[in-house]
Write a protein that binds this ligand. Structure first.
Ligand code: C2E
Ligand code: MG
Ligand code: MG
Ligand code: MG
Length: 280
């Protein structure tokens, strides 16, 4: 089709690519400036125990609070930050804030409160990652068991030998490792036994309409049965309504995360929610 359209096609194609490249370049520069101006910060979203409705943990989600553009979504800047390497600086900042938040939450929570942080492939370099983790835990007084790393499936399919060793070291420190967006990757199930994984987080694309879409319901049921059989904990992400929550509890899913309970918010706001539930 490109040949048929001839020059007309390429004339249309080139400026479009140029505009896109320009936008990426503009974002790159903005990220650099944003980091210097400390515009990136961690928001937190509660994870809820489905059987009791209690907040037992939270996930740190990066927010870019831009003075003119407002809040910029991670979907826009994380992929670019991963390419430019700025994800390392963002990741370090997120890890530190997650540890600080875990310390605050554990002051008010009777049960151990676990805070999860999303980790990109570029961050999982042996020496660097262990140094960052050690520093964050030490400087904040956070216990290893209060920290959880969320990594995606695709990440486990590459660089396997080094990755197994690094994740073993992290797990041996007592840090929890969870597979994020489970079901959307290549689902080469063999990695579940090769890596020290404690928990599966089922992607929201399966959860959202599992009550109206029979096939999705079958998939969620199968994933939960497998996870329970393997002794893995399970979290459902993107729970927006009561019906889905009840169905997940029926299927023995352990935890839920979603707008039904709490949206991501600044740490102070979630902390006051936790204080309220602890007092109740
Ligand atoms: P994720 O780790 O899978 O995080 C879940 C996303 O779902 C978050 O989007 C969250 O705000 C959203 N969400 C939670 N509950 C609901 C719900 O009930 N309905 C709907 N529609 N959405 C819900 P967010 O914050 O925009 O983050 C998007 C993605 O960006 C994350 O997906 C994660 O992959 C990435 N990300 C965010 N922060 C970081 C970070 O600090 N480091 C890295 N490497 N990636 C990050
Ligand atoms: Mg996540
Ligand atoms: Mg996820
Ligand atoms: Mg997701």
């Amino acid at each position: 089709a490109a040949k048929e359209a001839g020059g007309g096609c390429s004339a249309h194609y080139l400026p479009e690519m140029g505009a896109k490249a320009e936008k990426v370049f503009e974002l790159e520069t903005m990220i650099k400036e944003g980091l210097l101006a400390k515009q990136f910060t961690a928001y937190f979203q509660a994870k809820v125990e489905l059987s009791t409705g209690k907040i037992t943990g939270a996930e740190a989600l990066c927010r870019w609070i831009h003075p003119e553009k407002g809040i910029i979504s991670p979907a826009e800047f994380i992929p670019i930050a991963e390419k430019t390497g700025h994800i390392l600086e963002i990741g370090d900042m997120m890890m530190k804030q997650a540890c600080q938040f875990a310390v605050e939450c554990n002051k008010v929570s009777k049960e151990p409160f676990v805070v999860a942080v999303n980790v990109s492939a570029k961050q999982l370099v042996y020496g660097r990652m262990l140094t960052t983790l050690g520093k964050c835990l030490q400087e904040t007084g956070c216990r290893a068991s209060w920290l959880e790393l969320e990594i995606t499936e695709s990440l486990l399919l590459s660089e396997t030998d080094d990755m197994v060793e690094l994740l073993e070291r992290i797990a041996n420190l007592g840090i929890l490792i969870t597979i994020d967006d489970f079901g959307t990757g290549y689902s080469a199930m063999s990695y579940l036994s090769r890596f020290p994984i404690k928990c599966l987080k089922i992607d929201q694309s399966f959860i959202r309409d599992m009550c109206s879409d029979g096939q999705k319901r079958v998939l969620v049921t199968a994933i939960l049965a497998m996870a329970n059989g393997l002794g893995l904990k399970t979290v459902a992400e993107g729970v927006e309504d009561e019906q889905v929550s009840a169905e997940l509890a029926n299927l023995k899913c352990d935890f839920g995360q979603g707008y039904l309970w709490h949206r991501p918010s600044c740490p102070e706001e979630l902390l006051s929610q936790i204080k309220l539930t602890e007092a109740a």
